[in-house]
Design a protein around this ligand. Structure first.
Ligand SMILES: Cc1cc2nc3c(=O)[nH]c(=O)nc-3n(C[C@H](O)[C@H](O)[C@H](O)COP(=O)(O)O)c2cc1C
Length: 155
């Protein structure tokens, strides 16, 4: 199975999480590639892979700057993503109580609107919560990978 982790980040936390997942979970049966969203176009979703959107949140619940072009291109062009499976790791800070982890939520909603199928539940990580975000993600990842593999067998 090929997994592409698409990273939306401003100060590197989400990138660190993605790199840690790649390091820990890539093996003979699971190829994992991490891509920063900078300069990615909607065509990235044409690749034969399962996607994991790993993004933080800025502004008032917005996606980070490096994710903005991809997000807006998806909104404008509205490609058919019905062949796409994805998961979401949403980083945020729970002191922003009204917009906690909304960057990931916004991607989740948009991808679903475009017909993509989410694997598992969206997982939100509170980076002000005391646990290292990469440890929280690493604890969540095996369950998500198992669901992704099961979905790939079904398809
Ligand atoms: C100016 C600013 C605005 C933020 N706004 C939000 C927000 O609305 N909701 C949220 O959950 N987190 C918010 N955060 C917290 C970041 O999403 C969080 O620190 C995250 O770990 C940053 O990850 P990154 O280094 O990958 O960008 C904000 C942080 C900053 C500095």
């Amino acid at each position: 199975m090929d997994v592409e982790i698409l990273v939306g980040t401003m100060t590197g936390n989400a990138h660190l999480v993605a790199q840690e997942l790649e390091l820990r979970f890539a093996d003979a049966g699971t190829r994992i590639v991490t891509r920063l969203m900078d300069d990615l176009a909607p065509a990235v979703f044409e690749r034969d892979a399962v996607f994991l959107v790993c993004t933080s949140t800025y502004g008032h619940g917005d996606v980070p700057d490096n994710a903005r072009d991809l997000f807006e291109a998806l909104q404008a062009r509205r490609p058919d993503l019905s062949a796409v499976s994805y998961g979401v790791l949403a980083l945020g800070d729970s002191t922003f109580s009204d917009t906690f982890a909304h960057g990931g939520m916004r991607f989740d909603r948009l991808l679903a609107e475009l017909g993509a199928r989410r694997i598992g539940e969206r997982f939100s990580i509170d980076t002000a919560g005391g646990t290292l975000p990469e440890e929280a993600a690493a604890a969540w990842m095996p369950g998500w990978l198992a669901q992704a593999r099961a979905a790939a067998v079904e398809a």
